[in-house]
Structures are given as structure tokens and as C-alpha cells.
Design a protein around this ligand. Structure first.
Ligand SMILES: [Zn+2]
Length: 1003
């Protein structure tokens, strides 16, 4: 699902943040938005249930008639609950209910842990016939509702006297009927009850349902159209200062039950026959094509859609909007439409061209045609995740789909291509073959996250996506997966709280990384044919991960490779963390390799939540290359398997003076280390001629050395030496790896006396490469532009005068002709930020005006970040105030603004004071959106690294023990601060001496 907001590494290099919404560096954004998009919302729902704010009004006669299944509550209780509901924006339902005195609300206590939330399998759906009527045309928006009817044709698989399915936040209206499909006689229904904890609707029948018989279950319902970004929700944008309403849906992982009563589990697939109501001036969209439309009076039109193939409920999508589209047809004849606000539809062309090409590529690669005659993509102004892969109707947030040649950066462009490719990959991995349960979520997300690179490789091979995967996914997720608080890729889950825990970088980034490794050790043909086997075997069905291992293992056997894929991959999916392989060339020229579990902090206590079945040993596809025999284009034929053992010897005859590199191209998901002599030889090679080593291995050497230094496995001085050659480096991946580490050093030294000498070092590394004319000229390739953007950001940040001057000059030019922006889009954030930092209130005010007027989402986002760059305390204070005024800053962006300000060295203290001063208001406004408050807390406290700051945090915690949804983030911030203090204690003097040795500091 929602390929998250990923890091905008080029635009945002300076601030290590995605202007759209991410806060941390690199793909933290992904992690966050996965939460945003999908499951945190789920968690919110669960918590809401837990605190009893959720009320069901279920009945057989009208919306508020007595619920025969309810066992507690009364009319007075209802009044209280309605107050709560109104607070929650559900006044429409309460108003309905006030008319009835017989309503009995059902509340339940918090769910016990390890509650089995799975549906029984005695009755399963075959076909849903649904009518939905969203009504957002009259009255105040907070009273908008939708209503609908559903007939579910179910098949009985074992004798039972009830039909159990899901429902949430819906108000049943009218009668419930159960009818034998063969006789059409409605006699079976007796009563129903709602189990709010499990979100079950249980319909009891008077006579037992019989195996192999089919029954029709008829219900009607009404629900609220809130702006809460899940279920069926309303979205608003402004045209001519008037609000325009749209209805969209977001159902993953379990919000389909908020739209209609249904069997809402990924493995329970059925066909859907949908009719969607709209007004004449609107358009409706569903997963399948529209067959015909019918007038229903009072200006209503009912659009009837083609029946779907068997589909999981979380993949449905319903949209009613006034959007328009551009259309194309794929090489294989699929109609492809790209929808957007009319004002933004001209920004869909790039998305359309990528989408049509990648869809056909995947059809050909997997050998299975896309089963629907059309594929729609739509860019929504309000969207929880990055995107959602609904079958045939993929929904995106605007920044993930819209691209404007003049306004968007190269990284915006890459992000659009990545997300489109990711979501199209899901059409096979997830939509056609679906995980049996959320515990194998990684089968969806790991695959989509990996296959997206294949799609990019197809449309933009010059972007070298399989070099980028090393920094974007492997090295990125190494960070998180090096902690004892990580978790295995596959984790059995039953309760929704446990499901929440696995929607993170492990399922996405580690999933993609180990699939990347698997493709390498299987070889391309085995990988491809094995996947075809897997997809063909399980099309329209559900899969467990062993199904994948067996399909690939069988393919390997057919091709006489006989790899035991399950045995290998279990070591990567059933235990957390990853190994570090120590490579030693012995006196006889043979290579000895040993493995141990890598932990960033070996002193940390494993919480013991997960036990390794393999004692933290892995099956490692090891490769190496040497100075006298350098070979970087390795294949599966070059692999030396290291089994789940401590040590292996590889026969060889390597000269003693050679350097050796393990994990060539970093295909494998493991770190490598060597003797100090070998590290120094590699560093010498980089200093002399770094191009002898493949770029990803240069990135690997830097990333491994710095992180082995963090864990105490390597001398920090060696890590520092790996970045000395950077002034000659021209490759994006190596710069990206280096700046990730140097960015951390920067944040630690930012307010110390070493910052001056450190800045001098940074200027020294970039001044030779930086060219001021690159801020406006655009004659460069995609990857050149990436490097250039990184370098420009560093050059201006560390005060290279030609960069500052050119940025200010260009910004002034833009001020004079706002409609003609002379700044190259990929460096705009740097230029805006620099001009605002070195400018006056005039620059700030102009940027703010441009922010308010921007029609391109990515431009708006970068202006929002740049406004936090001011050096004026009062300007930052005013911007902080704006963050809480929704007419100035959209409420969804307010916490981001505060965090951006805190990333400014001048703003750090201001933001912390501001948050403390407005703690209760922020907790109240943002606290119910879990991720948002947690992100705020972790964002503003990220760089704390002194004992004084630690004390402040501890005192604040004592004074505010009830942190609500910020609790965990605050505790983590305290841990992080301690770890930062440790880093300072351990490394400050080493870095200082190194700066002295390099001549950047005189003592
Ligand atoms: Zn996904």
C-alpha cells in the first residue's frame, strides 16, 4: 500500500527532510507515512474503541431503533456518548438518534491483548451487490453523510446459526434479511449483535445454515463523511475562494468495514457489483469500468460499474469528484486515465507516460496480463499515505503523482516514477496474489518496494536505480535493523496493535533489500520464472511466504541449481538484525570469513520479544573482489555460500599487499569489516583513484566504516578517513552515503566551538565541485542534477560566498518577476532557504506569499520548509505562531512547520520553548492523530546532545507524566539524547584531533 512519502534527498539535502511531510533524513518519511497512511489510523480506531468513544446504533427498523443484541447502556448514557460523538465530528448520527428514545448505545472495554480478531470461516462471501450514495451537496460539511445498501451472496461452508462479518462506525438502517438463494424466502433472520471490540456484526438465523447452500444477506446503512482520510471521506480544496468537495476512500488495511458491512480480511475475496450515486456535475469512479448510468430523480445519477474479479475488500476504491483526466492506451490495450483537479490536470502527463509503460512492462515480465480493461490514477488533495494500490483505481497524494516540468525537481520526478511503479507492482503482488494475513505484509510491501526499481530501470535506466537501492533501502534500513528494538520481517500477529508494529521500514525497506539479494543469488532467469510460477499458482488467491519459497525453490531445481530457498530465506525473515562479516586474507592467501550479529549498541539489552531460531547466524551469499583481480560485475556464479556457521575458509591465492572488498556491489544484506591494514588500503585506493572501486562499493565502505565505528567495531579515525577523498567524488550514491554520516556529525557539532573548523572541512570538500551557474542552468542529467543539488545545498549551508551571492541574486530576480522563476527547480529549496537566511523580512514575506499562491504541491512544500530558514528570531517566532492558525498553515502541516523551525540552529530552542508553552493545545489538537504528535516530539528533540538538555527533558517528563500519544516518542527522545551524549563523549576529541591533523583547526 501507500508507498510512503520518501525522502526528497536532493531538494532536501540541506535539511534532511522532505518538504512534503517527512521530518527525518532519508526514508524515515516512508516509515512515517506508512503509519500515516494505513495503520496508525487503524490503531486510532482501536484506541477510540478502547476509550469508549465509539458507539454503534444498530437495529432492524430504523437508524436508532433498539439493538436487540445490546446488553448495556440507556438513553441517558446515549446523551453522554452523543456529546463525545459530536466532539468527534459525528453530529449527523447523533441528530438522527435524538429522534428516537429507544436507542441503546453499545460500549465495550478496551480490547484484551492477543484477542483473536479473525472471522470464522463457516460462511464466506461470493458476491456483493452494493449501492452507495455519498451526499456532500447540502448543509455544513461536518453533517455530510453517505448511505447505502448491500446484498451479500454468501456460501455456507459448515453448519452454523450465524453469519459473522465486519462493521465499524456504520449505522444500520432498515431491516436485515437473510434469504435462501434457492427459495427467495426470507425467514432466517432472528436478531443481530455487534461486537465493537472486534468490529464484528453477528447476524443470527432461526434455522441453521447448511453447507454448500447459498444465502443472501441484505442490509442498509448510513455513515458519516468526515475529513479523517480513511474509510469513505470528504476532501476539500478551494476554487475562487469557495470550497469544492470531493469524496474519496482509503480502505487499507481494514477500513472497508467503515463503508459497508463486509468480510474485511485480505484473504476473503469476493466479487463486487457496485452502483455509485452522484450529482449531474460530478464524476464517479470505481475499480472497474462504468457500464451505464441511470437518473434517480432530484438531480441524482446512479452509475453502475462492471463486476470485479474476486478482490480483497481493502483494495476497493470509491470516488466522486469534479476532477478531469488525460487518457492514453497501453501497448496491450489497457485504457489508462490520469485524474486531477482541473487546475492541476496538466501536471499528470509524466505520470501517465510512466504508468502506461510500466504497466505493460510488468505484464510482459510476469507473463500475466492486467486483468481489468482500465487503470485509473487520481491525485487527491487530501490523502493519508503516499498512494494506495486499489485495483484499477490507484489513489495518490498530489506530490506522488503530479509533475510539472518547470516547477518540480528531479527528485520530485523520481518520486513520482517510484510511487507509480510501486503501486503498479502491487497490481500483481497484493492485488492478484494477496497475503493470507497481515503478518506477511512484507510479501506485499517488500515486493512492491523492490519491483518498483525494476519499473524505474525500464523507463529510466540512466537513473541507475539498482545503484540507488543501496543508499535508499539497504543502508537506510540498516540503521533501524541494527537495533535490539527491531523485529523479524515475518512476525505472527493476531491483534491489530501487533499489526501496527510491522508497518514500518522493515516490511518495506528490508523486504526490498532481501529480495534484491535473492534475485542476485538465484540469477535473473530463475528469479523471473520462479515469480511467474508463484503468481500463476496463486492468482486470485491468498499466499503464505512459504508458497513463494517453494515456487522459487522448485524453479531453482528445474534449472538444476537446487538452492534451498526456504532454508536460506528463513534466516533473513525469521530473525531480526543482520550480520557483519569479517573478511581476512590469511598468510596462505586463502580468505577466512566469520559472521556475527551486528548491533549498533552492543551494550543495549535485548527486550527478548523475539527469539532467533538460528542463534543469529545467517545463510550468506558472500562475494569478494581484490586489487589484483578487480571484478565488480559479479553474478550468482561468484557466490561463496557462508552457511549458518561461525567461520568459512575460501581457497584463494591473494597477494598480501592486495586490498579485498567483500559484498561486491552490496548485493547482500550484510556489513563487512576487515583488518585495519585492509581498511587503510581501501582508503588509500579511494584517495589515489576511487574510480577503481564501483560507486556502490564506495558508498558501502563509507557506510560500513562509520557504522562500525558507532558500534565500537572499528576505530573512528578510520571512518573519518573514508570521506577524505570526497572532493574528487562525482557519484550520487557515494555522496549520499557520506552526507548521511557527515550530517549527523554536523548536528552534533552545530552548537560547539568545533563547528567553525568542521564547516571549513566541508567547504574544502565541496568548493572544488560547486559551480554557482548550476543554480540556474539546467543542462545536466538526472544523476548529475542529484549530485549538484546535494553539493549546492552543502556549499550554501557552509557559507561558500559564491553560492550565497548567486542564491540571493536569483531570488531577487524571481521577486521582480514572480511568474518567471529563473531558479533551477532542483535547487530551489537551497536557493530559497539561503536567500531567506541571508535576507530580510522582505524575502520572507515574498516567499510566504508565493507559498500561499502555489498551485504545484511540491513547490508549496519546499517554500514551507524554506520559510523556516530565517536567521531572525522574531520571524521564526511569528512563523511558529502561524503554525497554529489554520487559515495561515493547513492544520495537517502545522507540526511539520514546528519541526522545520527546530532544525534551524537558531530555531531549535525557540521551537522547544514553543512546544512546551503550547503543550496542552498541541496535545489536544494533534494528539488524536498519533503519528503527528509523536513526529513532533521526536522531530524537535532529535539533535539534543548535552547533559543539560537531558535534564530538561527528564524534568519536563516529571512535570507532564501524561504525554498521551507522545509518550513513546518522548521516551525514545530521552534514549536518543543519551546516545548522542555518548557519541559526543567518545568522539568529540577524536574529531577535534582529526580536524587539527587535516589543517582545519589550529591549536
Ligand atoms: Zn505498497
Amino acid at each position: 500500500m501507500g508507498k510512503a512519502e520518501s525522502f526528497d534527498f536532493t531538494d532536501m539535502a540541506k535539511y534532511n527532510s522532505d518538504a512534503e511531510l517527512t521530518l527525518g533524513n532519508n526514508k524515515k518519511g516512508c516509515f512515517i507515512s506508512i503509519f500515516v497512511g494505513i495503520v496508525i489510523l487503524f490503531l486510532v480506531v482501536c484506541l477510540v474503541i478502547g476509550v469508549g468513544l465509539l458507539v454503534y446504533f444498530a437495529g432492524k427498523d430504523n437508524a436508532c431503533s433498539e439493538n436487540p443484541g445490546a446488553s448495556n447502556g440507556n438513553a441517558a448514557g446515549l446523551a453522554d456518548k452523543c456529546k463525545d460523538l459530536i466532539t468527534n465530528g459525528e453530529s449527523s448520527i447523533c441528530d438522527l438518534c435524538k429522534k428516537s428514545s429507544t436507542v441503546i448505545p453499545v460500549t465495550t472495554p478496551a480490547p484484551p491483548m492477543l484477542l483473536d480478531v479473525r472471522l470464522p470461516r463457516s460462511v464466506l462471501p461470493e458476491l456483493y451487490t452494493v449501492e452507495l450514495q455519498p451526499n456532500m451537496y447540502e448543509g455544513p460539511p461536518d453533517r455530510f453523510t453517505f448511505n447505502g445498501t448491500v446484498r451479500i451472496r454468501v456460501k455456507c461452508h459448515e453448519t452454523t446459526s450465524n453469519i459473522t462479518l465486519h462493521i465499524n462506525k456504520l449505522n444500520l438502517t432498515g431491516e436485515i434479511r437473510v434469504t435462501a438463494a434457492s427459495s427467495s424466502i426470507s425467514i432466517q433472520y432472528t436478531r443481530h449483535e455487534i461486537d465493537t471490540t472486534r468490529q464484528f456484526l453477528i447476524v443470527y438465523t432461526s434455522v441453521p445454515l447448511q453447507p454448500d447452500q447459498e444465502y443472501d444477506l441484505d442490509m442498509s446503512f448510513i455513515g458519516p463523511l468526515k475529513d479523517d482520510l480513511h474509510g469513505l471521506y470528504r476532501s476539500t480544496y478551494t476554487r475562487n475562494n469557495k470550497p469544492v468537495f470531493t469524496v474519496a476512500s482509503f480502505l487499507a488495511p481494514s477500513f472497508a468495514r467503515n463503508i459497508l458491512p463486509c468480510f474485511d480480511e485480505p484473504a476473503i475475496k469476493a466479487k463486487f457489483d457496485v452502483t455509485l450515486w452522484r450529482r449531474e456535475n460530478m464524476t464517479s469512479l470505481f475499480n472497474t469500468i462504468r457500464l451505464h448510468s441511470q437518473e434517480r430523480g432530484n438531480g441524482w445519477i446512479a452509475d453502475h460499474f462492471n463486476t470485479t474479479p474476486p478482490v480483497s475488500t481493502y483494495l476497493l476504491a470509491f470516488i466522486v469528484s469534479d476532477f478531469i483526466y488525460k487518457e492514453d492506451v497501453t501497448a496491450n490495450g489497457i485504457t489508462y486515465r490520469a485524474w486531477a483537479r482541473p487546475e492541476a490536470v496538466n501536471q499528470t502527463e509524466y505520470a501517465l507516460s510512466v504508468g502506461t509503460k510500466v504497466l505493460t512492462y510488468f505484464e510482459n515480465y510476469f507473463g500475466i496480463p492486467f486483468p481489468l480493461p482500465k487503470q485509473d490514477m487520481i491525485a487527491l488533495p487530501d490523502f493519508a499515505a503516499g498512494a494506495m494500490e486499489n485495483w484499477g483505481l490507484i489513489t495518490y497524494r498530489e506530490t506522488a503523482m503530479l509533475y510539472d516540468e518547470h516547477e518540480s525537481s528531479e527528485s520530485n520526478k523520481q518520486r513520482v516514477a517510484e510511487v507509480i511503479s510501486h503501486e503498479l507492482a502491487h497490481q500483481w503482488f497484493g492485488n492478484l496474489v494477496t497475503p493470507s494475513w497481515w503478518d506477511d505484509l512484507w510479501l506485499n510491501e517488500g515486493f512492491a518496494s523492490f519491483v518498483e526499481y525494476m519499473g524505474i530501470e525500464h523507463v529510466h535506466p540512466e537513473w541507475k536505480p539498482f545503484d540507488q537501492i543501496v543508499v535508499e533501502d539497504i543502508q537506510d534500513v540498516f540503521n533501524f535493523d541494527g537495533l535490539v528494538t527491531s523485529h523479524p520481517v515475518y512476525v505472527p500477529v493476531s491483534h491489530p496493535d501487533q499489526i501496527n508494529e510491522i508497518f514500518d521500514r522493515i516490511s518495506y525497506g528490508k523486504g526490498a533489500s532481501i529480495i534484491h539479494m535473492m534475485r542476485f543469488f538465484l540469477g535473473e532467469e530463475t528469479f523471473k520464472n520462479g515469480l511467474k510460477r508463484y503468481l500463476n499458482n496463486l492468482a486470485y488467491k491468498a499466499a503464505f511466504h512459504d508458497d513463494l519459497w517453494y515456487a522459487l525453490g522448485n524453479q531453482s531445481a528445474v534449472e538444476n541449481k537446487n538452492l534451498n530457498v526456504k532454508e536460506i530465506m528463513d534466516t533473513w525473515t525469521l530473525q531480526m538484525n543482520y550480520p557483519v562479516v569479517k573478511v581476512t586474507v590469511m598468510a596462505d592467501g586463502n580468505v577466512r570469513i566469520t559472521q556475527k550479529r551486528y548491533l549498533r549498541d552492543y551494550g543495549s539489552t535485548d527486550p527478548g520479544k523475539y527469539v532467533s531460531p538460528f542463534n543469529y547466524k545467517w545463510e550468506i551469499p558472500f562475494t569478494f573482489t581484490t586489487k589484483s583481480n578487480p571484478k565488480f560485475n559479479v553474478t550468482d556464479a561468484d557466490i561463496h555460500w557462508m552457511h549458518k556457521t561461525d567461520q568459512e575458509i575460501i581457497a584463494s591465492n591473494i597477494p598480501q599487499s592486495d586490498w579485498i572488498i567483500g559484498n561486491v556491489m552490496q548485493y547482500g544484506y550484510y556489513r563487512v569489516t576487515y583488518s585495519n591494514e585492509n581498511w587503510n588500503r581501501l582508503i588509500e585506493q579511494m584517495n589515489q583513484d576511487h574510480t577503481v572501486l564501483y560507486p556502490t562499493n564506495r558508498a558501502q565502505i563509507i557506510n560500513d566504516a562509520w557504522n562500525l565505528a558507532k558500534s565500537g567495531d572499528l576505530d573512528m579515525v578510520i571512518a573519518l578517513k573514508t570521506v577524505n577523498y570526497l572532493d574528487k567524488e562525482k557519484e550520487f550514491v557515494a555522496w549520499q552515503a557520506a552526507l548521511r554520516e557527515l550530517g549527523y556529525v554536523d548536528s552534533m557539532l552545530e552548537r560547539t566551538s568545533l563547528y567553525g573548523p568542521f564547516s571549513k572541512f566541508m567547504r574544502n570538500k565541496v568548493s572544488g565541485i560547486f559551480n554557482p551557474s548550476s543554480l540556474s542552468s539546467s543542462n545536466m542529467t538526472h544523476l548529475e542534477s542529484f549530485v549538484n543539488t546535494l553539493i549546492a545545498a552543502e556549499a550554501c549551508k557552509y557559507g561558500i560566498q559564491s553560492c550565497v551571492n548567486e542564491a540571493s541574486r536569483l531570488f531577487n530576480l524571481w521577486k521582480q518577476t514572480p511568474k518567471q522563476n529563473p531558479i533551477r527547480s532542483s535547487v530551489r529549496l537551497t536557493v530559497y532557504c539561503t536567500a531567506i537566511k541571508h535576507g530580510t523580512i522582505e524575502e520572507w514575506d515574498f516567499a510566504y506569499k508565493m507559498y500561499q499562491e502555489a498551485n504545484v504541491a511540491s513547490e508549496k512544500s519546499r517554500l514551507m520548509v524554506a520559510l523556516s530558514c530565517s536567521n531572525e528570531v522574531w520571524v521564526l517566532s511569528r512563523y511558529l505562531q502561524y503554525s497554529l492558525i489554520s487559515s495561515e498553515i493547513r492544520r495537517q502541516d502545522s507540526t511539520s512547520v514546528i519541526v522545520y523551525i527546530s532544525e534551524n540552529a537558531i530555531g531549535r530552542g525557540l521551537a522547544w520553548d514553543f512546544v512546551r508553552a503550547h503543550w496542552n493545545k498541541l496535545l489536544e489538537e494533534q494528539g488524536s492523530v498519533l503519528y503527528r504528535f509523536a513526529r513532533l516530539v521526536s522531530g524537535i528533540l532529535n539533535k539534543f546532545n548535552t547533559r543539560y538538555e537531558l535534564k530538561e527533558l527528564e524534568t519536563f517528563l516529571k512535570e507532564n507524566p501524561n504525554m498521551g500519544s507522545g509518550t513513546r516518542a518522548f521516551q525514545q527522545a530521552i534514549e536518543k539524547t543519551k546516545s548522542n551524549i555518548n557519541w559526543m563523549d567518545k568522539n568529540y576529541d577524536i574529531v577535534k584531533q582529526w580536524l587539527v591533523d587535516q589543517g582545519f583547526l589550529n591549536v
